[in-house]
Design a protein around this ligand. Structure first.
Ligand SMILES: C[S@@+](CC[C@H](N)C(=O)[O-])C[C@H]1O[C@@H](n2cnc3c(N)ncnc32)[C@H](O)[C@@H]1O
Length: 241
């Protein structure tokens, strides 16, 4: 792995008081500058229905495209701990950020439970060498939460086929990260999503909607969080009896 890549990341404060990272490599931030945690809650947790599922005490399997800072993971995991519902979270990530970069981000305003999970993860991450592409790393928290990190290019790594209830499509924007928005990549995501499961993403570009539809998804625009008029949810239809 090219660790010099990491030097181009800078912490950046967002509109709701939470930090995100700016990547000079991609020329954009990891989250909305209007609010990183607000975007996570609105687009991914609510957009896929995972927040409600966990609040009802149902176990959940989530696939994330782009683990990045881990923010989407801590915020999801706290809802699992609130009810004891089991969470299996698989994240695809090309460049697993080192603990030294992640500790620079201020997430003091997160609920204490999410902060505890984050600190435990950072402790684990700081003891790990940078993983080789193709590695799969496993981490567990409190019996009910399991994280599998699949390191490498998401277009070519093997995605654990788990019948996911939700997919967080959180790549950088289609213009800067085009390989993760193609019909063929969306077809791979469609195949591992359970019928009735939902993918959510912040991009509503026409090309994204067309590529998701070409892969078989039923695509819908939804109201967005502050600073973003609309977001997308894409459902895998249940087969007719
Ligand atoms: C917008 S950021 C994700 C933010 C993240 N979900 C979070 O909560 O911090 C996009 C992520 O996709 C990763 N990425 C970009 N291209 C990739 C690829 N081809 N395969 C896997 N990961 C990729 C980047 O390294 C980055 O971490």
């Amino acid at each position: 792995m090219d660790t010099s890549f990491y030097t181009s990341f800078q912490p950046q404060l967002t509109g709701d008081g939470s930090d995100t990272l700016y990547s000079a490599e991609y020329g954009e931030t990891f989250h909305s500058t209007f609010g990183a945690v607000t975007e996570t809650e609105h687009v991914f947790l609510s957009g896929t229905g995972i927040k409600q599922r966990l609040a009802e005490g149902q176990s959940a399997r989530v696939l994330e495209v782009g683990f990045g800072t881990g923010l989407n993971f801590w915020v999801t995991a706290q809802y699992s701990l609130a009810t004891g519902a089991r969470l299996e979270y698989v994240a695809l990530e090309k460049y697993l950020l080192p603990a030294a970069t992640l500790t620079q981000l201020n997430h003091d305003h997160l609920p204490a439970v999410a902060q505890d999970i984050r600190l435990a993860f950072l402790d684990w991450r700081s003891g790990l060498p940078d993983p080789l592409p193709g590695s799969q790393l496993h981490w567990c928290y409190d019996d009910s939460i399991r994280l599998d990190l699949v390191v490498g290019d998401a277009t070519s790594v093997s995605i654990p086929p788990q019948d996911y209830h939700a997919i967080y499509q959180d790549a950088f924007s289609p213009g800067n990260n085009p390989e993760l928005w193609t019909p063929s990549f969306f077809t791979r995501l469609f195949e591992v999503l359970t019928p009735g499961g939902r993918l959510a993403t912040y991009s509503v570009k026409g090309e994204v909607r067309r590529n998701l539809a070409a892969a078989g998804f039923q695509v819908q625009k939804q109201p967005g969080p502050p600073g973003k008029r609309e977001i997308l949810t894409a459902i895998k239809p249940t087969p007719r009896p």
